[in-house]
Design a protein around this ligand. Structure first.
Ligand code: HXC
Length: 315
């Protein structure tokens, strides 16, 4: 399926910034990660995408490779991130066939809606294993390659002739920030993912490697939104009201954030979380009551009674 470039990448990035660089991405055939990889490949890089389903992963790789003639995108299927040996073999194969691993995204995740009363110990463990342990296994498999890359492409704060390298990224969620029912397993797992990234930032920063997190909010037309929310127009309208920017995000906006963190522009960002959610999680405390409903009350022009400091300005 050919995807127009403006659907996965803004026009602000310079072509060729990832030339001769290699990205290793778990969950790379998924709706969000495939666009992150697509953007990287469009800007000159090559990639290996890793997944459990062989056909989906191989087809996904073929599809991503169409964005740039001459690109190399390998789909390594049959790999479960819960198996460290399988992941290590995938990372070794990627490095052998493409010449190294300069960037990695731990994107594979498992999710379903369930209250604790219906969540068996095994169900909880399954998501912990895929999200938290799987992210840790991914990091362990690629870190030696990322250290090698960081040594070749020094992070000095000035432009390097060979560009950037040695960058790791995790994909998280906002459930553990804002409080979310039916997501005890995922909130716990993503909290662990966040801390894994922070610890890597501390322990591998001295080798020149950066580790950061992208936390997507609701992104339109993704598996996450389809699995986790109701997609009828009324429910979507209500859900968008809780997002200060009033809309769902686009996959392109996650890809752009990825390019920023991997590019020279993101060189001094380490141990950080970039939440790309239109401000959604910040409204967890917004009022649901009819009189104070967010954002209607703010936009109505009504003044709040009892404020002592003066009149309401126009905006
Ligand atoms: C309650 C459930 C369940 C459900 C499975 N289980 N689904 N419990 N409600 N809906 C329980 C099972 O009964 C079993 O426990 C245990 O979980 C393991 O289930 P399996 O099916 O054997 O596990 P497995 O085949 O490994 O599948 C893993 C999975 C599955 C997570 C359950 O959904 C999966 O493979 N998902 C991968 C794709 C995915 O989830 N993508 C979503 C990404 S979106 P018992 O006790 O019966 O043995 C995303 C959004 C982020 O992450 C949000 C950003 C905003």
């Amino acid at each position: 399926m050919s995807v127009p470039r403006e659907k996965y990448l803004s026009s602000v990035w310079a072509d060729g910034i990832f030339t001769n660089k290699v990205l290793f991405c778990t969950g790379g055939a998924g709706t969000i990660c495939s666009m992150q990889v697509r953007a990287f490949v469009a800007l000159g890089g090559n990639a290996c995408i890793i997944g459990r389903n062989v056909e989906k992963t191989e087809k996904g790789a073929e599809d991503i490779a169409t964005v740039r003639p001459g690109s190399k995108v390998i789909g390594i299927g049959g790999v479960d991130v819960r198996e460290p040996k399988a992941l290590q073999s995938a990372a070794d194969r990627c490095a052998k066939e493409l010449g190294g691993v300069d960037f990695a995204i731990a994107g594979a995740a498992g999710n379903f809606l369930a209250p604790i009363s219906q969540l068996s110990a095994n169900a909880f463990k399954t998501v912990m294993d895929i999200d938290a342990l799987g992210s840790y296994n991914t990091a362990k498999a690629v870190l030696p390659y990322l250290v090698e890359s960081a040594q070749k492409h020094k992070n000095t704060g000035s432009a390097q002739p060979t560009g950037t390298g040695g960058r790791l990224m995790f994909i998280s969620a906002t459930f553990h920030y804002k409080g979310q029912p039916l997501q005890a397993h995922v909130a716990a797992a993503k909290a662990a993912v966040d801390q894994i990234s922070h610890s890597i930032a501390i322990e591998y920063g001295p080798y020149g490697v950066t580790s950061n997190i992208i936390t997507p909010g609701p992104i339109a037309n993704t598996e996450g939104v389809e699995r986790l929310s109701k997609t009828d127009p009324e429910s979507m309208k209500a859900s968008m009201k809780r997002i200060p920017l009033g809309r769902y995000g686009e996959v392109k906006e996650i890809a752009d954030a990825t390019v920023y963190l991997f590019s020279e522009a993101g060189s001094y960002v380490n141990g950080n979380t970039l939440v790309v959610d239109g401000g959604q999680w910040r409204t967890a405390g917004a009022s649901e009551s009819a009189a104070w409903q967010y954002p209607d009350f703010l936009m109505s022009g009504a003044a709040v009674e009892g404020v002592k400091s003066g009149r309401r300005s126009k905006l």
